[in-house]
Design a protein around this ligand. Structure first.
Ligand code: NAP
Ligand code: GLV
Length: 336
């Protein structure tokens, strides 16, 4: 009788995903709070002769990991972003790679808006003010922030999450500027139906004209450091930058200077470089007055994380069974 395939899961994920896998496979889960070292992932894959790897965005999956088990047929990441997986190396080895597009779009857009609103209306700073017992009276100039309604929202990368973030601007009467590699007439039409006028512009114009700039591009060579010193200087001194894409899309030192020298008003970050961001990192000296940071929780709602688990498990199953993956990162990256 053929051996039961083995799947290595690099963190505890919502039950739905693991239960789905346990019905058919031997499943081994790394159950520590911190992620396993890369060398540990390699040795576990080797010892287990693993057929599948269900990994997180915090795991680097390079050629060494892919070569650890000769039986490895699929890597499935518990994320839509796949910048941590060496796709070329996987394609060369005929190892399928799955990811989870779509399912987390709305939840991540909600978080982009959470940061946008928190920065605009200084809610974290205001909460800390109350907590510190400084609220002695109503103040005519207390915690004056920026209006969100009728403002201009700049979307860098009008893909799934960028569009969902722009769509939310309808309720606030916002105009939307967007940029990317190409104009997106279908996305413009979708937004127009909601009363949002979305205009394609070059990045320079978007930075100069937007009250809020929200980043939604994947991390690839061309987007690494996309927002650096020159770009931050192009923004208005009242503008707010929101990053729910990847930390490396923004040059951290440049952002630090921009906040220090008040080239921009505030920034809201779900993703950072480095990640995790240590509490004593120089950037944190701006919090909470100019900076709101949350620990990469964009897709973290109970329902969405459960669905991500199921999708990631479905990708593992398809890979092990030799079927086409429901959501192939290799396909989406044009490598199939
Ligand atoms: P998507 O639908 O593929 O959208 C990506 C957008 O970026 C598209 O508009 C794409 O436009 C543009 N783009 C791609 N490559 C580009 C390049 N080289 N230069 C400029 N623009 C480029 O992806 P999504 O689902 O919206 O996710 C976007 C990213 O958000 C993910 O890759 C991930 O890194 C991040 N994310 C973060 C969280 C979180 O928890 N904070 C959650 C989910 C996703 P064209 O290809 O047409 O140019
Ligand atoms: C989260 O960052 C993801 O890429 O899913």
């Amino acid at each position: 009788m053929a051996e039961t395939p083995t799947v290595y899961v690099t963190r505890e994920i919502p039950d739905a995903g693991v239960e789905q896998l346990r019905e058919q496979y031997d499943v081994v889960v790394w159950d520590e709070k911190l992620p396993p070292e890369k060398s540990h992932v390699e040795s576990r894959l080797r010892e287990l002769d693993a057929d599948g790897l269900l990994c997180m965005l915090s795991d680097e999956v390079d050629a060494d990991v892919l070569d650890a088990s000769p039986d490895l047929s699929v890597v499935s990441t518990f994320s839509v972003g796949y910048d941590h997986v060496d796709l070329e190396a996987a394609a060369e080895r005929d190892i399928a790679v799955g990811h989870t597009p779509g399912v987390l779009t709305e939840t991540t857009a909600d978080l982009a808006w959470t940061l946008l609103m928190a920065c605009a209306r200084r809610t974290v700073e205001a909460h800390e003010y109350v907590e510190a017992g400084e609220w002695e009276t109503w103040g005519p100039t207390l915690m004056m922030g920026a209006d969100v309604h009728d403002a201009t929202l700049g979307i860098v990368g009008l893909g799934s999450i960028g569009t969902a973030t722009a769509r939310r601007g309808a309720g606030f009467g916002m105009d939307v500027l967007y940029t990317g590699r190409q104009r997106k007439p279908e996305r413009e039409a979708e937004l127009e139906e909601l009363g949002v006028e979305a205009t394609y512009v070059e990045l320079d114009e978007l930075l100069a004209e937007s009250d809020f700039v929200s980043l939604h591009v994947p991390l690839v060579e061309e987007t690494e450091g996309l927002i650096g010193e020159a770009e931050l200087q192009q923004m208005s001194e009242d503008a707010i930058l929101v990053n729910t894409a990847r930390g490396e899309v923004v040059d951290t030192d440049a952002l630090d200077t921009a906040l220090e020298e008040e080239w921009i008003a505030r920034a809201g970050l779900d993703v950072t470089d480095p990640e995790p961001l240590p509490a004593d990192h120089q950037l944190m000296r701006h919090a909470p007055e100019k900076l709101v940071v949350v620990p990469h929780i964009g897709s973290s709602s109970v329902a969405t994380r459960s669905r991500i688990a199921e999708m990631a498990a479905a990708n593992v199953e398809a890979g092990i069974e030799g079927e086409e993956l429901p959501n192939s990162a290799l396909g989406d990256a044009g490598l199939e």
